[in-house]
Design a protein around this ligand. Structure first.
Ligand code: AMP
Length: 193
């Protein structure tokens, strides 16, 4: 059985960090739409040029473009054993499109995790990351826009997935190791089913 995992949660909750650890532990690819877009921007590809200003200012890229991007990515062979999705879906339209894609390829999420973190801690973490890593959108103005977009567009997906089972909320205001241990406990059950 493939292990298909979704990590939901606000910016700064540690989705990327935890997804990388899960990917390494279970040998599945980390599919992070933010990373894919930043790579496209760095490359100067067609997609990169189209999304650059939107991504850098902290707004959401249009659904159509994101849906096409993820459709191509999850069709790749390296996802046969599953994948961990980080950063997609971010809107109800994206979640509905993903349902259709899953129906077409006969997949489902093995587990959906919702990492929970308050805005204040999220802002502190993102400002620190901005200093350490220099991400262009980790500045106060873009952070405010990104968190607002999270609450408006993405948080409703917590309810969207909660009702479907295989849904687990995880408090994220703890150390990386503590959060990972809890994720892994749940994944151990999912991986053997
Ligand atoms: P992230 O690294 O997940 O925080 O994403 C960085 C930026 O990429 C976001 O602020 C958006 O501009 C864009 N982005 C990433 N994933 C999506 C998505 N699923 N829908 C729309 N925009 C996205």
């Amino acid at each position: 059985m493939p292990l298909n995992v979704l990590l939901l949660g606000p910016q700064g909750a540690g989705k990327g960090t935890q997804a990388k650890r899960i990917a390494a532990a279970y040998g599945i690819p980390h599919v992070a739409t933010g990373d894919m877009l930043r790579a496209a921007i760095a490359e100067g590809s067609d997609v990169g040029t189209r999304v650059k200003s939107v991504v850098e200012s902290g707004q959401l890229v249009p659904d159509d473009l994101m849906i096409d991007l993820i459709r191509a990515r999850i069709a790749a062979e390296d996802t046969d054993a599953g994948f961990i999705l980080d950063g997609f879906p971010r809107t109800t339209a994206q979640a509905e499109a993903l349902d259709t894609m899953f129906g077409d390829i006969g997949r489902n999420f093995s587990v959906v995790f919702a990492l929970q973190l308050g805005d204040q801690v999220a802002i502190e973490r993102l400002l620190l990351r901005g200093e350490l890593e220099g991400r262009v959108d980790d500045n106060p103005e873009a952070i405010a826009k990104r968190l607002a977009a999270y609450h408006r567009e993405t948080e409703p997906l917590v309810e969207y997935y909660r009702t479907r089972g295989n849904f687990v909320t995880i408090p994220a205001d703890r150390t990386e190791g503590e959060v990972f241990d809890e994720l892994q406990e749940v994944l151990e059950q999912a991986a053997v089913v």
